[in-house]
Design a protein around this ligand. Structure first.
Ligand SMILES: *Cc1c(COP(=O)(O)O)cnc(C)c1O
Length: 405
């Protein structure tokens, strides 16, 4: 046989995703397939919906996964909510704000952006002032920007949107399961999570939840499309043209809801994986889990600083699950990453756009977020940097992390 057995290396994955999968999740994926309308399977679907509600700390009725990676979740939510010509306001502070913008534009929105420097976030009052100027139908924002390692406070913005009857959509792909995400308390109308980040489930699904304000919009839109409500024929035609079938939330509501109308074939093994991943999160307890993420991030940061390296970004808005480090002058960041991978089986990340080659990003997410991995990455990074002739403090990094533990 020309093709050898699949035998992937066991890497220590310290990137902002995908991260190491929970062993229990991988085992769940190897269990037998059930038919999609088998009562055993629909029971699993219902349990998963319940656990997604707990994950997002919400009482919302609607909470289910979208099949596809996290951007499928973004596309399902934005594409189902946006009608051509709708005004959507998207403040950008990193790469994923641009992704939200691109998706909204593709669905025909008139998008308004403001941008702030990478490595910082917005003062919520500045966002609110701009909301009052633009008066959009929807505000969409990223909670944790994996590209810059920054986290945007959302509570005041959520309240402002609710007071003005504006819909608030949040990309919490990087944060959910690792950092507090409170859909109800922060008045988020629709929120999208990811699997391969803090949930430690392979990529391929996106848990989402949305409230009755979004549901109302979706049902209204469905009625218009079915011609049940007078709405001007031309507009209906336009709306029809840009609609995705796969990512149509109102069809997905019929599939995940009591009607159980056939839509796609649910991704059986991925659903097992997500269910097990969620079970692990809830077993650990959300607050304990957030504390663990914070503890390991602190140990990593102390180690990096003890080595004499500089963190990138404003520390006041640091995303706990991603630590960005400036590549020291004269050091080839990609060569360091290659040596970490080839000699130590450790993967860390570079970044995108203006930050490419300038920073390394180290994730402390989910199952990858543990003491062994943090100590391992600090020891290895020190060795590799010495090998590259970097002037660093020797022998301090692992000790500083151990002090934290
Ligand atoms: C990773 C990530 C995404 C995209 O996720 P995919 O699973 O690659 O589609 C979107 N937003 C944020 C903030 C992310 O970190």
């Amino acid at each position: 046989m020309k093709y050898r057995d699949l035998n992937p290396s066991t890497r220590t994955i310290m990137t902002p995703g995908p991260v190491e999968a929970e062993p229990r999740v991988l085992r769940a994926m190897a269990t037998p397939i059930l038919g999609q309308f088998d009562p055993e399977f629909t029971y699993i679907m219902n349990e998963t919906m319940e656990m997604i509600r707990d994950l997002f700390q919400t009482q919302n009725h609607w909470a289910f996964p979208i099949d596809g990676t996290s951007r499928a979740g973004l596309e399902a939510v934005l594409g189902s909510m946006i009608e051509p010509g709708d005004s959507v306001f998207i403040p950008i502070y990193g790469r994923f704000g641009h992704l939200l913008t691109e998706i909204a534009v593709r669905y025909g929105a008139e998008v308004y952006n403001i941008e702030t420097d990478w490595g910082t976030v917005f003062d919520p009052q500045d966002v609110i002032r701009e909301i009052d100027r633009v008066r959009p139908k929807i505000v969409a924002m990223v909670h944790g920007e994996t590209s810059t390692g920054c986290m945007q406070p959302l509570k005041a913005i959520g309240r402002a949107c609710r007071e003005r009857d504006i819909l608030f959509v949040v990309d919490a792909v990087a944060t959910v399961g690792g950092v507090e995400v409170k859909a109800d308390e922060w008045m988020i109308d629709a929120v999208i999570g990811g699997t391969q980040k803090c949930l430690s489930v392979p990529s391929g699904m996106a848990p989402i939840t949305f409230n009755s304000r979004v549901e109302k919009l979706l049902l209204q839109r469905k009625k218009i499309e079915q011609g049940l409500v007078e709405h001007g024929a031309k507009r209906v035609e336009q709306t029809r043209m840009i609609r995705s079938n796969y990512f149509d939330l109102s069809q997905l509501m019929d599939y995940w809801g009591p009607a159980q109308l056939n839509h796609h074939t649910e991704a059986t093994s991925m659903l097992y994986a997500l269910r097990e991943g969620l079970r692990i999160v809830l077993e650990e307890g959300l607050s304990q889990r957030f504390e663990r993420h914070q503890l390991n991030a602190t140990a990593l940061v102390k180690g990096i600083q003890a080595m004499g390296l500089t963190l990138y970004g404003n520390p006041a808005c640091k995303l706990p699950v991603v630590t960005c480090i400036s590549v020291p002058e004269g050091i080839d960041g990609e060569s360091v990453r290659s040596m970490l991978l080839n000699d130590f089986d450790i993967e860390i990340a570079s970044s995108f756009g203006p930050l490419k080659g300038k920073i390394w990003r180290i994730g402390t997410m989910g199952y990858s977020c543990r003491k062994k991995n943090v100590l391992h990455v600090l020891g290895a990074l020190e060795a590799v940097l010495l090998r590259h002739g970097a002037e660093i403090e020797v022998g301090k990094a692992v000790q500083a992390a151990l002090d934290v533990y």
